[in-house]
Design a protein around this ligand. Structure first.
Ligand code: HEC
Ligand code: HEC
Ligand code: HEC
Length: 125
């Protein structure tokens, strides 16, 4: 009985580990870019292409770090004010997405909001 329990626990741990590892590598495979950060709080799901921002748009690291964002994925979504009220006051993404430095946040919602379907697409194997 005890042996069976231990066996089951090990199995559960292994499956958990398997899913953790495979979803991570599939993110990289899908877009060829492991630098995609997907926010799910408060709403699912917003995509931030870290690689594009730092490489393609030529924004240097110290513009965003650590004044706007910490060097820790998904840290900012723990904050209560990670929302459009703050963005429109020029915080977080709103530092640039004001319609001047970057496209405005009061239209083209789906450029950032990939939604639940988009999230499933990205994380499916
Ligand atoms: C346009 C803004 C921006 C620029 C430019 C930028 N970053 Fe980031 N970076 C972010 C955001 C946003 C996050 C995620 C923070 C969060 O979710 O709280 C992040 C996260 C990180 C992380 C943590 C990744 C992880 O998986 O935890 C590292 C390391 C990092 N950045 C390094 C850099 C370096 C090095 C550069 C320059 C080559 C750079 N960043 C340029 C916005 C930027
Ligand atoms: C330091 C300035 C800066 C910050 C901060 C910033 N962006 Fe951008 N972003 C840009 C620029 C510049 C572009 C390219 C020009 C454009 O399309 O407006 C861009 C382009 C984008 C694009 C276009 C498609 C893509 O993926 O490349 C998306 C989506 C986007 N940003 C989302 C975000 C989100 C979400 C945040 C906050 C987590 C954010 N950005 C923070 C400057 C910034
Ligand atoms: C430049 C990227 C960007 C654009 C454009 C954008 N959003 Fe967002 N939005 C975000 C981010 C980042 C969050 C916070 C993270 C999360 O909720 O996953 C957010 C959160 C939200 C939220 C929940 C928090 C709140 O403020 O109420 C709603 C609702 C929302 N967006 C609606 C919209 C609508 C509607 C549009 C178009 C008119 C839009 N967004 C355009 C990036 C964007």
């Amino acid at each position: 009985m005890k042996k069976l329990k231990i066996l089951l626990l090990t199995l559960m741990l292994l499956t958990g580990l398997y899913f953790l590892l495979t979803t991570k590598s599939s993110l990289a495979e899908q877009g060829g870019n492991e630098d995609l950060i997907i926010y799910t709080k408060p709403v699912k799901a917003v995509s931030f292409n870290h690689k594009a921002h730092s490489e393609d748009y030529g924004i240097s690291c110290n513009i965003c770090h650590d004044k706007i964002f910490q060097m820790e994925a998904l840290n900012v979504e723990k904050k209560d004010d990670f929302n459009h009220k703050s963005f429109s006051k020029g915080k977080y993404c709103g530092v640039c997405h004001d319609g001047k430095k970057g496209f405005a946040m009061d239209r083209q919602c789906t450029r950032c909001h990939i939604g639940v379907k988009g999230l499933n697409k990205i994380s499916k194997r």
